[in-house]
Design a protein around this ligand. Structure first.
Ligand code: ZN
Length: 296
């Protein structure tokens, strides 16, 4: 397989994961952690995988890279002997959908938002994988617009779409019985988020969606982010406050006629330097917000 395949998605979150892991390395060090109730997560290169286990079988949320498919499968086997019932993609990026073909070929139904399938299939008019590069088995079989509910392993699992944010097809998954939420790439815990404007994401939408989610959750919830360590509600609210303040600062600077370059030079987000990281530096985050407003 062309190794570019998994760095391509808009130099996105795939970039950061690819940067931290060479495919030549033999042991990619996937680590499995219990979260709460029926939910576990698998840490390692690429997006965090959520796993729900129980009497009915296994629900998998996201699947990192194709090169990790067998290791992911082994990690799931270590949690449950029950069959894989469903695989859900929180969005289309290659570090969350890379092993779709592996699981799809085993007959595991893949679920995702309508726009995830469109981008994976390379439908007319969307940025995404070229259709001929995506095997049919890797495409979601079941798609939805506003959301879908699963009744599995003794709990109600709500999959919800809040509107454009990281992309135009971001789902969050709420495990009501276990009191766990997988937020996909709407949540980069402790880091400036990557916002994929080329895939229908918007930084204002991103901030509003994160705010709506933070307001809807109650104390005691455990949150699996797309990237970074698991989180409580207070930590999510700190992230949301950073997003809101960064947007206020950029809006204020735009109102004064400043360019993104001038905002960077003036160290506009100096209070948030700790959130900068190699894939989304302070400079890139400011540029994304400015570009998302439509300013030059
Ligand atoms: Zn992503």
């Amino acid at each position: 397989m062309n190794p570019l395949r998994w760095t391509v998605p808009a130099a996105s979150c795939a970039l950061l994961a690819a940067a931290s892991w060479s495919p030549a390395r033999q042991d990619p060090a996937l680590t499995t952690h219990a979260v709460a109730g029926s939910v576990h997560y698998i840490e390692g290169p690429g997006g965090n995988i959520g796993i729900c286990i129980g009497d009915d079988g296994v629900l998998v949320i996201d699947d990192k890279f194709a090169q990790l498919a067998e290791q992911i499968d082994s990690a799931i086997d270590g949690l449950s002997e029950k069959p894989l019932r469903f695989l859900l993609n929180t969005h289309w990026h290659g570090d969350h959908t890379g092993a779709n073909a592996y699981f799809g070929e085993q007959g595991v139904p893949i679920l995702a938002h309508d726009n995830v399938r469109a981008r994976l299939a390379g439908d007319e008019g969307v940025v995404g994988n070229k259709g001929e590069d995506t095997p049919a088995a890797a495409l979601p079989l079941l798609t939805y617009d506003e959301g879908i509910t699963l009744h599995l392993n003794g709990e109600r699992i709500d999959v919800m779409y809040f509107g454009p944010g990281h992309t135009d097809g971001d789902s969050i998954v709420i495990f009501n019985g276990s009191n766990v939420v997988h937020m996909g790439d709407l949540y980069f815990n402790g880091m400036f988020p990557f916002i994929d404007l080329d895939s229908g994401g918007t930084s204002q939408g991103f901030t509003e969606v994160v705010g709506a989610i933070a307001e809807s959750l109650e104390e005691g919830v455990t949150i699996i982010p797309g990237h970074g360590p698991i989180s409580d509600l207070a930590t999510l609210k700190t992230y949301r406050a950073m997003l809101v303040r960064a947007h206020e600062l950029v809006a204020g600077a735009l109102a004064e006629g400043k360019t993104a370059e001038e905002m960077v030079a003036a160290n506009l987000l100096k209070d948030y330097e700790d959130w900068s990281w190699r894939a989304v530096t302070t400079e890139r985050f400011i540029e994304t917000i400015v570009k998302s407003t439509g300013a030059k």
